[in-house]
Each structure stands twice: as C-alpha cells, then as structure tokens.
Design a binder for this molecule. Structure first.
Ligand code: SF4
Length: 233
C-alpha cells in the first residue's frame, strides 16, 4: 500500500486540488466519500465536488454541540450547490450514557474525558459513515497547526484503514480565502469574528490576530493534544 500511495503522490505532485479530486472521484468511483466540517477548506472542496461529481458521497458529523452558524451554513450550502450533504449523528444511547456518567461538560475535566466525548460524538459516527468506502477526502493543510506539518496529498489512514486524500495539503490560508472570495463560496460567519477553525461550541473560541489558527480549539489543553481522534495529525 505504501508504494501505491507513493505512486499517487508522484503522479499528482503538480496537480491542482480540482485535478486531485477529479482523479480520485474516477479512481474510486462509489468508494470514496468527503467528510465536511463546513470549515473554510471544506467549503472549497465542496464547491469543487459540486462541479466535478455531485454524486460523490458528502457527509458531515453533527455532534449535537455545534454552533448555530454552522447549521445555517449547512443549509445554505446544500441549497446553493444542490448537494445531498448527509448529516450523521452519534448513537443516542452512547451520548446519554456518557453524559449521565461524566457530566454534560465532561471535556473540561480532563484530556481523557475530552477524548471520550470526541470519540462518542464524532469518531464513532465517522467510522459508521465511512463503512464500505476505500478512500476519504479531507480538508487538511500542512500549515494548519503544529500537528499537521507532515500532511501529504495522499496518505494511508491507519485509523480508518483506508486512503486519505488531502487535496488542499499544499495550499496556504491566503490561497484558501482568495478562492472562497473569487468563487463566492458561502462560509461560516464566525470566521469574520475571529474564529479561524470551528468545531463544537464549548470547545472553540476566537483567537487573536497572529495566533496559531487552531489555538482556539480545546484551548485549555497543550497544543500536541489538540486533535479530536479523526486525524492523527
Ligand atoms: S469538540 Fe468538544 S463537544 Fe465536540 S465532540 Fe469533542 S469534546 Fe465533545
């Protein structure tokens, strides 16, 4: 598998994100899905998929703790691009058991509790959403955080046991925003209020200009812990 991934990376070395998506949409037809969190990068990818292969499976994970602005954006995006963005929920019984055992805001109490909440509300539903797929598309970029500097366009995801495609791995933040503005892509209004990276409401806060763009996520933890379990980096 390592060699296959290396071959993909070599072949797509100078390809644009649109070409990368187009290539994998064909190569893994019916076996590839895009997981959108409706962040800036994911909105770029959604717009590209709408133009390349609107039938490609797109889904988002509703943890039950998202911002109203994120739900509004989901609705706007579905309507603008005519896409069926599937909403996946965690198992109600698991959420209920966790909350009743550990508390509604358990994530502030320890890294262990926070990771448990991310697992119950996100990772488990991601695993179910990806069942039957051989590859998935993500909006990871190298310069997003200290945990993401090794991101490659094509990787083996040893959590999901499938290929992970990061079409925007080599884009910087300015390129993302120039594209959003030039293509009039809808984006989360919280981005204009100091939130460069948006997750669940209780675990996301605004950052100051110049601060690391993911420093508002789980800000009470040290930077190397700040992944939710969907990605190792
Ligand atoms: S980001 Fe926070 S609220 Fe959301 S799933 Fe993780 S710990 Fe739970």
């Amino acid at each position: 598998m390592e060699q296959e991934i290396e071959r993909y990376n070599t072949r797509l070395k100078n390809a644009s994100p649109r070409e990368i998506i187009g290539f994998f949409a064909e190569e893994f037809k019916g076996r590839i899905a895009f997981a959108t969190s409706l962040g800036a990068e994911d909105q770029v990818i959604t717009e590209m998929i709408a133009g390349i292969d609107p039938a490609l499976r797109i889904f988002t994970l509703d943890t039950g703790r998202l911002f109203q602005e994120t739900y509004d954006l989901l609705d706007i995006t579905r309507k603008k691009y005519g896409l069926n963005i599937r909403v996946c929920f965690p198992k109600a019984g698991d959420v209920e058991e966790m909350v009743n055992k550990k508390g509604i805001n358990l994530f502030y109490d320890s890294v262990e509790n926070r990771k448990m909440c991310c697992f119950v509300r996100k990772t488990e539903s991601l695993q179910r959403a990806l069942q039957g797929m051989d590859a998935w598309i993500c909006g990871l970029r190298k310069d997003q955080s200290v945990t993401r500097q090794e991101v490659k366009t094509v990787e083996w995801d040893d959590i999901q046991k499938m290929i992970k495609v990061n079409p925007l791995a080599n884009w910087d933040l300015d390129t993302v925003w120039n594209y959003i503005r030039s293509q009039k892509i809808p984006y989360n209004t919280l981005h204009d209020k100091g939130y460069p990276s948006i997750g669940c409401l209780p675990c996301t806060r605004a950052v100051l200009p110049g601060e690391d763009i993911r420093s508002g996520r789980w800000w009470w933890e040290s930077p190397e812990n700040r992944e939710c379990g969907l990605h190792r980096k």
